[in-house]
Design a protein around this ligand. Structure first.
Ligand code: SF4
Ligand code: SF4
Ligand code: SF4
Length: 245
């Protein structure tokens, strides 16, 4: 049975436990960084950071608001990165869980093509191994009947994981609750992804790629999978663009 995450950002306190736990499980080293005028650290996903808690600060009616967004691969159900793959066996889907996995053969892929195919700007390249890398849903843990490390670590109930049907029910229940206080609350790209985000405000107030974005697509004939995903959220995209000025 396919699995899914529900990431309930209304419960996230930005403790970054999930981000650190992911690095620890993957045995990734600490990387020197600089202060960029925000608590978000590092500034973006890297080959050593498959999970990044994004901090978005914005003004609303003269008051500063913080939105937190624990970003990671969405494990798309019909993954655009898999559709763009030119190397057999480099990007595969684990049918038991729905996890999209990049293998050793990803070294032979054209990184620019794979990254630009992703509507959430997730893939990164390891400069040493030349592999394309990203979250693998902690497939090693799942196969040992363990929760993904980021889910196991979250003490606030923001990170949830289980059967997709159960996560969809939980998502609907939490949405109804959160909407009582935040009428703009919504679930992002729910039908298309295995990592479903619940946000309390407009997606653009969290992250540019909170919902599928195809703004860098070429004008090639026909609609790409990325553009289809982004099209599903075109009204939100317009809001995003207006908020980004
Ligand atoms: Fe948010 Fe949970 Fe991650 Fe902490 S561990 S940053 S509460 S999602
Ligand atoms: Fe691939 Fe991007 Fe979807 Fe992850 S979010 S499965 S990298 S297209
Ligand atoms: Fe990292 Fe595993 Fe969570 Fe993916 S599922 S973000 S690899 S801890």
């Amino acid at each position: 049975m396919p699995k899914a995450f529900l990431i309930d950002t209304s419960r996230c306190t930005a403790c970054r436990g999930c981000q650190v736990a992911c690095k620890e499980w993957k045995n990734f080293p600490a990387v020197p960084t600089k202060q960029h005028g925000t608590h978000q650290n590092p500034p973006d996903l890297t080959h050593y950071n498959f999970k990044l808690v994004r901090f978005s600060e914005h003004m609303e009616n003269g008051t500063v608001h913080w939105n937190f967004f624990p970003d990671q691969c969405r494990h798309c159900i019909d993954a655009p990165c898999l559709a763009a793959s030119a190397v057999p066996g480099a990007i595969i889907k684990d049918e038991a869980t729905g996890a999209i996995i990049y293998t050793e053969k990803s070294k032979k892929e054209d990184f620019a093509s794979i990254r630009s195919a992703c509507p959430y700007d997730i893939p990164r390249k390891d400069p040493k191994t030349k592999r394309i890398v990203k979250c693998d849903m902690c497939i090693d843990r799942l196969q040992a009947n363990l929760l993904p490390m980021c889910v196991k670590t979250c003490a606030m109930g923001a990170m949830n994981f289980g059967e997709r049907s159960d996560m969809l029910k939980l998502a609907a229940k939490r949405l109804a609750t959160v909407q009582q206080e935040f009428p703009k609350a919504q679930l992002l790209n729910m039908a298309d992804v295995s990592v479903i985000y619940l946000v309390a405000d407009a997606p653009a107030t969290y992250h540019k790629f909170a919902v599928a974005d195809a703004s860098d697509s070429t004008n090639a004939p026909g609609m790409t999978r990325k553009e289809m995903l982004a099209g599903a959220f075109s009204p939100l995209r317009k809001i995003a663009q207006s908020l980004q000025g």
